[in-house]
Design a protein around this ligand. Structure first.
Ligand code: AMP
Ligand code: MG
Length: 311
């Protein structure tokens, strides 16, 4: 079981070294504890999903230290400016259009053109993101389908030895997740209620829609899903005429999710390769069978959604 450590300059240094190496670190934020990884590193982001044992790739929230930093990755509008001025740093996440030149991992946003971004107020989260200088992807630091952690001990109980470092920052102040607001449409829409109330948001930018949640099985189901514009054929052994082939493991193909058959590597490459292969004029993208265990579950989930154009 990994030890819980108090924040210090040495711990900050250790955390940055782990992040640079593509590893994950459990950190306090004012909402719940987060499982953080370098948001520009596809493999590090894949590690988040495997440590949490998530069966699907929900898009993750990207954490920055300032609005100025966030603007490097997403396009702000006047509503985002107003909300950020008053509510950031704090428990509210904006979904905004991803900038075309954004170096952030496509896996972190599930291949979408939009990005969920937030500035946490917790001093430890702030210090780490500033010191690391790159944004961090960070969902809650617990196993998938379990309750969100609001103390370092909660993280230890859920993730135990699956994380190399748990930084203690006390009991979280807010204790529920951030409010998520979609600012990509004409009328802003609350996708998830959370630490900032709808009334507070309305007092700043006027009327907003609220996603009712009817028919939604999990928070991640709210997000639209990325799908290539050409059809996809799954569990294919070889490409047919006019198809591009996406291989997995030791097989001959121009595109391969992981030559060594490593599922974390495959996850890291998934959305980048789907986009690369989404070429006009081809009949379909044929995809080799992907094992249905570990991260393979999430990979198959996304491929199936892309193949059926769901969501
Ligand atoms: P968490 O598990 O707390 O990191 O919450 C992440 C949630 O944010 C996901 O389950 C999605 O519902 C939502 N989300 C993240 N990115 C997007 C996006 N680009 N568009 C819509 N919703 C998003
Ligand atoms: Mg969670």
């Amino acid at each position: 079981m990994v030890a819980i450590v108090c924040f210090s300059p040495e711990v900050l240094y250790q955390a940055c070294a782990l992040l640079t190496a593509g590893d994950v670190v459990a950190i306090p934020t004012e909402t719940v504890y987060g499982l953080a990884a370098d948001a520009t590193n596809d493999k590090a982001v894949a590690k988040i999903y495997s440590v949490k044992q998530r069966p699907e790739f929900n898009p993750l929230i990207i954490h920055c230290h300032s609005a100025q930093q966030a603007k490097q990755y997403v396009a702000f509008d006047s509503r985002a400016e107003k909300l950020a001025d008053i509510l950031w740093p704090g428990p509210i996440t904006f979904v905004l259009k991803r900038r075309a030149d954004s170096p952030l991992s496509l896996l972190a946003s599930s291949g979408l053109d939009t990005l969920a971004i937030r500035i946490p107020a917790h001093p430890v989260a702030q210090a780490l993101i500033k010191a690391y200088s790159k944004p961090l992807a960070a969902p809650s630091a617990n196993l998938s389908q379990t309750i969100s952690p609001t103390s370092a001990i909660d993280v230890q109980a859920s993730l135990g030895s699956r994380v190399p470092l748990i930084i203690d920052g006390g009991q979280t102040r807010v204790g529920v997740e951030s409010t998520i607001i979609d600012l990509t449409e004409e009328t802003p829409k609350i996708l998830r209620p959370g630490g900032i109330s709808v009334e507070q948001i309305q007092s700043i930018i006027g009327s907003v829609d609220v996603e009712t949640g009817r028919g939604i099985k999990a928070p991640g189901m709210m997000a639209r899903h990325y799908a290539p514009s050409v059809p996809m054929r799954l569990d294919a052994m070889t490409p047919e005429n006019g198809e591009l082939f996406l291989g997995f493991g030791d097989m001959e193909s121009e595109y391969n999710l992981s030559l060594s058959g490593n599922l974390e590597e495959a996850a890291a490459n998934l959305f980048r390769l789907m986009r690369l292969m989404d070429q006009p004029g081809i009949k379909a993208i044929a995809v080799a069978p992907i094992p249905r265990h570990g991260l393979g579950l999430a990979i198959n989930d996304r491929l199936t959604r892309a193949a059926t154009r769901e969501g």
